[in-house]
Design a binder for this molecule. Structure first.
Ligand SMILES: C[S@@+](CC[C@H](N)C(=O)[O-])C[C@H]1O[C@@H](n2cnc3c(N)ncnc32)[C@H](O)[C@@H]1O
Length: 229
C-alpha cells in the first residue's frame, strides 16, 4: 500500500493489518525519530486527560507495540491492549494483557471498562463513528475516552513547514529505517480524518458528553476527549 491509493472498507482493513505487521520490528524507533521524541509527551498527556483513578481499567484501542499501555501502567491504571495486527502484538513489550481483535468489535462486555484510549489508530480504522460507538458500549457511564491522533497545524506558516516535514522527510527517514511505502502511506492516511468539528460531532453522536479537542505540538497532534454519558 502506498500514499497514492487509499483503500476503503475490508480492503483497507487488510492493507492496514499487513502494513503494520511489516513495519512492526522498527515501529517504535521510527516513531521516536519522526516525531523528534515529542510523541512520548503526547502519550503522557493523553493518559492524564483520562482523569481516572489508579486501578481503573482502560482499553487501549489499536495498542500496537504497547507504548500507551506502558504509560497507562506507570500511571497506575490497569490497561488491556487490543490490536488486529499480530505482528505488532508480537513485538509488544508491556505487562498489560494483549488481545488480537478488531477495535470495531471488541471482545469486552458492555460497560466493563472505566476508560478507552487510542494512539494514532483512529485514521487506520475502517469506520471512525463505529469505533467511537464501540468505545461507548464498553465504557461504563461516567467513564472517559481519549483519542490521540495526528492533525494539521492551524497556523499557515507552521502548516507549511509541517507538511514538508510530514510528506517529504518522514517517508525518507521511514524508508531508510524501515519501509518506504508504509511511511508514504502514513502521512497520506491523514486524508481519512474528518475535520476537527466533524470528529467532535461524531464523538457526541456516539454517546459522549463534554467533548473537547486539545491541540498538541503546535497543532501537529490532537486529543479528542469525551465522557461516556
Ligand atoms: C499507528 S499504529 C499505533 C500503535 C500504538 N497505539 C501507538 O500509539 O504507537 C495504529 C495501530 O492500530 C491498529 N489498528 C488499526 N485498525 C484497527 C482495528 N480496526 N482494530 C484493532 N487495531 C487496529 C494497527 O494494527 C496498528 O497497530
Amino acid at each position: 500500500m502506498t500514499g497514492a491509493e487509499l483503500p476503503i472498507g475490508e480492503r483497507k482493513a487488510r492493507a492496514v493489518e499487513e502494513m503494520f505487521d511489516r513495519i512492526a520490528p522498527r515501529y517504535e524507533l521510527v516513531n521516536r525519530v519522526m516525531t523528534l521524541g515529542l510523541d512520548a509527551g503526547w502519550r503522557r498527556r493523553a493518559v492524564r486527560e483520562l482523569q481516572l483513578d489508579p486501578g481503573a481499567r482502560v482499553v487501549d484501542l489499536g495498542c500496537g507495540t504497547g507504548d500507551l499501555c506502558r504509560v497507562l501502567g506507570r500511571a497506575g491504571l490497569r490497561a488491556v491492549g487490543v490490536d488486529m495486527a499480530a505482528g505488532m502484538l508480537a513485538k509488544a513489550h508491556t505487562a498489560a494483557p494483549l488481545v488480537r481483535a478488531d477495535a470495531l468489535q471488541l471482545p469486552l462486555r458492555d460497560a466493563s471498562v472505566d476508560g478507552a484510549i487510542s494512539g494514532f489508530a483512529l485514521r487506520n480504522v475502517v469506520d471512525i463513528a463505529a469505533c467511537f460507538g464501540e468505545a461507548v458500549r464498553v465504557i461504563r457511564p461516567g467513564g472517559r475516552a481519549v483519542f490521540l491522533e495526528v492533525s494539521e497545524p492551524p497556523n499557515p506558516v507552521v502548516r507549511l513547514a509541517h507538511s514538508f516535514y510530514f510528506r517529504r522527510i518522514v517517508p525518507m527517514v521511514g524508508g531508510l529505517l524501515s519501509d518506504r511505502s508504509a511511511y508514504r502511506y502514513l502521512p497520506a492516511s491523514t486524508a481519512y480524518l474528518p475535520t476537527p468539528e466533524e470528529l467532535l460531532g461524531l464523538l457526541t453522536g456516539a454517546g459522549f458528553a463534554r467533548c473537547r479537542r486539545v491541540q498538541l505540538g503546535m497543532g501537529a497532534a490532537q486529543l479528542l476527549i469525551g465522557t461516556r454519558r
